[in-house]
Design a protein around this ligand. Structure first.
Ligand code: NAD
Length: 470
């Protein structure tokens, strides 16, 4: 089939790559010229430097006959004569200074531009039927809005489908090849039929649930799935973790064993962390709250989950002063991990962003940072040319050098290699020294490090203060 993707971000690039791998002919358009250049490079490493997703580079290179990335809209216009499906993979962040309203400006800009040329396809005859597929996470009623835009410009012979994306960053390619479910929301059989052909490799598969519903149910399902996942994380961080922190002689890992062996509770999300970040959970919960409140429904529970998540982060940072009497002023602090989680270079809503703001506010002398994948993006975000105070941030290319000369470290991302940080800390960080483990990466060494004179604050454990620092 001929498919057009608009937006070559995590969702657009990954799902286009999988479509190409499924044998479809795919054109991917993005306004970011640099991204297009890197994704078109034909070089695995360059592709993954742009979007750090395991397997994405290989898949694009392997299917290069089937996939083209372009920033040239003329190519898009030509393609409209033969295209059967257009996937909208645009950002839908929270609108600035709003309480959860989705910023649909990227979507509208792309959709209106598209509509202008859709009416001219096939010499103005518009005789080829196509579906416009909302893959972005959009408000529940978005299907009506998409239709309004198309109708306003006189687009004919089309359907609007909702096909929410459930990918997990860091496992997007693996997950897209072995999804739990494919959800298609459409109003009629013709549209379902087109989508079945696109997802032929999963339709009737014994291992994948192929779910056909209407477009509003599909869009609501996505928002609710994210909300339930978010609720689980926040309950574990802010309730289970708090119990493990607040009573003596309780290990988080032992509580986990007791709780997760109950099948009704399940295993997912049972780790402790300082924050549920990333581009989706927070903004989707806020959007759900906003949409619900517009119907007049009660939104207290959604707000509680959002507040619990923010509390967990603020509480973690505050423990240094409150529980270890650590004074941040004029100290050199190391941050290990800038990405919002391991195996990605995505820093949207990462704990490191808030940590930097917190530390600058506290008057530290220097913030030393290291991440295996997200340094370039972080550096662009905290450009000292934009704000002079960002000059306090120094970038290092390994764990040892970032820790040297620091008086405290914050472990903020769960990169697997950070599990061996304890040994490096012992070698390069003389005591007194504060270790703040926001991911329980050093669980097995808390006792030993504390006995060696380190103060240790970890999510899900009571603070271990060394006699040296008191
Ligand atoms: N990242 C995830 O894990 C994930 C998972 C599920 C759903 N989603 C949803 O999918 C959507 C996209 O997310 P993402 O993470 O891929 O975002 P992203 O920011 O990584 O990518 C979006 C891309 O769209 C491009 N773009 C913006 N305006 C454009 C225009 N007018 N024409 C063409 N391209 C344009 C941007 O340059 C960017 O490359 C969002 O609604 C998000 O909520 C994301």
């Amino acid at each position: 089939m001929r498919i057009l993707y608009i937006g070559a971000g995590f969702v657009g690039a990954c799902s286009a790559a999988v479509a190409a791998d499924s044998g479809h002919r795919v054109l991917v358009y993005d306004i970011d010229e640099n991204k297009i250049k890197m994704l078109s490079s034909g070089d695995r490493d360059t592709i993954e430097q742009c979007l750090f997703e395991k397997g994405l580079g290989d898949m694009i290179v392997r299917n290069k006959e089937n996939i083209t990335f372009t920033g040239d809209y003329e190519k898009v216009i030509k393609y409209l004569d033969e295209v059967e499906a257009i996937f909208m993979c645009l950002p839908t962040p929270e609108k600035k200074d709003s309480e959860g309203e989705s910023d649909l400006s990227y979507y509208y800009a792309a959709a209106e531009k598209l509509a202008l040329d859709l009416v001219k396809r096939k010499n103005n005859s518009q005789e080829n039927y196509l579906v416009i597929v909302n893959k972005s996470t959009v408000p529940i009623n978005m299907v009506d809005e998409t239709q309004k835009i198309m109708d306003k410009y006189g687009v004919k012979n089309y359907g609007v489908v909702s096909n929410p994306e459930f990918l997990v960053e860091g496992k997007a390619i693996d997950g897209s090849l072995k999804p739990d479910r494919i959800v298609i929301g459409a109003w009629n059989q013709q549209d379902f039929e087109i989508m079945r052909r696109i997802y032929q490799r999963f339709y009737n598969s014994p291992t994948v649930k192929y779910i056909e519903v209407n477009p509003k149910e599909a869009a609501a399902g996505k928002l609710l799935a994210n909300f339930l996942l978010f609720t689980r994380l926040v309950s574990v961080y802010d309730v289970v973790g708090r119990v493990a922190e607040s009573f003596g002689d309780i290990h988080f890992e032992n509580l986990r064993q007791i709780l997760t062996t109950d099948e009704r509770i399940g295993k997912w999300g049972f780790y402790d962390s300082l924050y549920a970040g990333g581009s989706c959970l927070i903004k989707d919960a806020k959007s759900l709250k906003k949409q619900l409140s517009e119907t007049g429904a009660n939104t207290e529970q959604v707000q509680r989950v959002l507040s619990g998540n923010a509390f967990q982060r603020d509480n973690f940072f505050a423990r240094a002063q409150k529980e270890a009497k650590f004074d941040w002023q004029n100290k050199k602090i190391a941050i290990l991990g800038l990405a919002f989680k391991r195996d990605t270079n995505d820093i949207r809503n990462s704990a490191a962003i808030d940590a930097v703001e917190f530390l600058l506010d506290k008057g530290v002398e220097e913030i030393r940072v290291y991440d295996p994948a997200a340094m370039d993006i972080f550096q662009k975000n905290f450009d000292p040319n934009k704000e002079k105070r960002f000059a306090k941030i120094k970038y290092f290319d390994n764990e040892k050098s970032v820790l040297e000369n620091s008086q405290a470290c914050l472990i903020l991302t769960d990169w697997a290699k950070f599990r061996s940080l304890g040994e490096i800390i012992k070698n390069v960080c003389p005591t007194p020294y504060l270790i703040m483990d926001g991911r329980r990466m050093l669980t097995d060494q808390f006792e030993e490090l504390n006995n060696l004179g380190y103060d240790v604050i970890a999510v899900g454990s009571p603070t271990k203060k060394s006699s040296q620092s008191s």
